[in-house]
Ligand binder design. Structure first.
Ligand SMILES: *Cc1c(COP(=O)(O)O)cnc(C)c1O
Length: 434
């Protein structure tokens, strides 16, 4: 399968080129040349299939021409070595729990898959060592660092704003060692992102090394996120529910939502999608008015969705031929304030004995507001509530337990390289550490 750029002025790329480059040379996002339709047999039988069987089928449809079947099957099985259960929260409302992976957030799926695909190209296709640069406000860094940990042929540089991520988040990418380097930047998340962008445009650096990005602009990171939409549907089908299913997605850069839209194009019978925003609601605004006005993000308690200029917006436009009418027919948008998130966490905990995290809470509320009689709704629970321990504890007024696997990170020794936010010292560090 080949990939074209949403800006239409870059050469067509192979999967290997698209994954290694990340962003197309014309600054567009890579899109697969076609979206394969899965067979009727697959959908008729889906209730009987498990997560990895489903994921292998979807992966094969996209990547089967480029990666031999046995390798691809192994990449899928290694990626999904944890469950993605669908849990009933109340009548007609289910949570798809995407937080049972190593870093307790949904980004594990895409990051682990991308790491293994990139490693395949480095090891079997004579691709030279690749350096992955990732700027993080918390969750992306941990998923990417853990996804790539120990993977040969790849070195990961995580840039994070000093003092501005939670202790647990910091521990998840500063204690790993091996091929993971944590750069602690004296600045904000935007400074970190600016350093990464400048590095991608620096000719000298790019001549010396292969630099790529591991955020959801990368096709190998966002596409595998479609796997679990099929599995969510399969788990409903097992209970005899298969019609009028709505999916609600807590949205920031829109990578997760875009993967769901791809699943629908592949034939998954989802009736409609909801994009749930926090106060950073440029996408909701677009859905409602047709006007797209990116702007700087504001801080909220659902901080992984604090995005003012969603990077996958162009993919959605491209998928729908730039038709606002078509897009707003398939997707509706909602926004929620911190206060609304807090009271939802408290109410659902008290009434349904289910603990939401601030991101899942947005998607839950959107579902609740929009659900019509007879519809079944699934919201994506994108992070374990313990990752936002203090916020959640403040809502419910009691202490919560941190899962063992999450606590284990905090017991290791922190290793990071402190750097100012200027480009020159960062560039020097990249060269020295390569
Ligand atoms: C990254 C993230 C999101 C937003 O996902 P996008 O694909 O960027 O829209 C939502 N919830 C959590 C917990 C995240 O880490």
């Amino acid at each position: 399968m080949n990939y074209y750029s949403t800006n239409q002025s870059a050469p067509i790329a192979s999967l290997q080129e698209a994954v290694v480059k990340g962003l197309a040379p014309d600054k567009g996002l890579y899109m697969p040349e076609n979206i394969p339709l899965l067979t009727n047999f697959f959908f008729d039988e889906i209730a009987h299939f498990g997560l990895t069987t489903i994921a292998k089928t979807v992966a094969h449809a996209f990547f089967g021409e480029d990666i031999p079947k046995a390798k691809l099957d192994k990449i899928v099985a290694d990626t999904l070595n944890f469950d993605v259960p669908l849990v009933k929260v109340e009548d007609g409302i289910y949570a798809l729990e995407l937080f049972h992976g190593p870093t307790f957030a949904f980004k594990d799926v895409g990051a682990r898959f991308m790491a293994r695909v990139l490693s395949y190209f480095v090891q079997e296709k004579k691709q030279e060592e690749v350096k992955v640069l990732v700027a993080t406000s918390g969750d992306t860094g941990s998923a990417v660092a853990n996804g790539f940990l120990g993977v040969r042929g790849i070195r990961v540089f995580v840039l994070y704003p000093s003092g501005k991520v939670s202790d647990i988040q910091e521990a998840q990418f500063t204690t790993l060692g091996q091929n993971i380097v944590a750069l602690e930047i004296d600045g904000t998340f935007d400074d970190c992102q600016a350093l990464v962008k400048t590095a991608f445009m620096d000719e000298e650096l790019n001549l010396q090394m292969n630099l790529t990005s591991a955020n959801s602009i990368n096709v190998a990171r966002f596409l595998p996120q479609s796997f679990y939409y099929f599995y969510a549907y399969a788990q409903l089908a097992r209970q005899g529910i298969s019609a009028d299913v709505t999916l609600s997605v807590p949205s920031g850069n829109l990578g997760n939502l875009t993967a769901g839209l791809f699943a629908k194009r592949m034939g998954l019978p989802i009736k409609r999608f909801i994009a749930a925003n926090n106060r950073n609601d440029v996408f909701r605004e677009y859905l409602q008015s047709g006007k797209y006005t990116p702007r700087p993000s504001v801080q909220t308690i659902a901080n992984a969705m604090d995005v003012g200029s969603p990077s996958n917006f162009d993919r959605i436009l491209n998928l729908y031929g730039h038709s606002h009418e078509a897009i707003s027919k398939d997707i509706s948008g909602y926004r929620f304030s911190d206060e609304e998130i807090q009271s939802a966490i408290k109410r659902v905990y008290e009434e349904s004995d289910y603990l939401l995290d601030p991101h899942g809470a947005c998607a839950y509320m959107a579902l609740k507001e929009s659900r019509k009689v007879g519809e079944t709704g699934i919201f994506l629970a994108t992070a374990h509530p313990a990752k936002f321990k203090e916020t959640v504890e403040n809502c419910i007024g009691k202490e919560i337990e941190i899962p063992k696997g999450l606590k284990a990170f905090t017991k290791q020794k922190k290793q990071s390289l402190p750097l100012p936010r200027e480009f020159a010292p960062f560039k020097k560090a990249l060269i020295n550490l390569s």
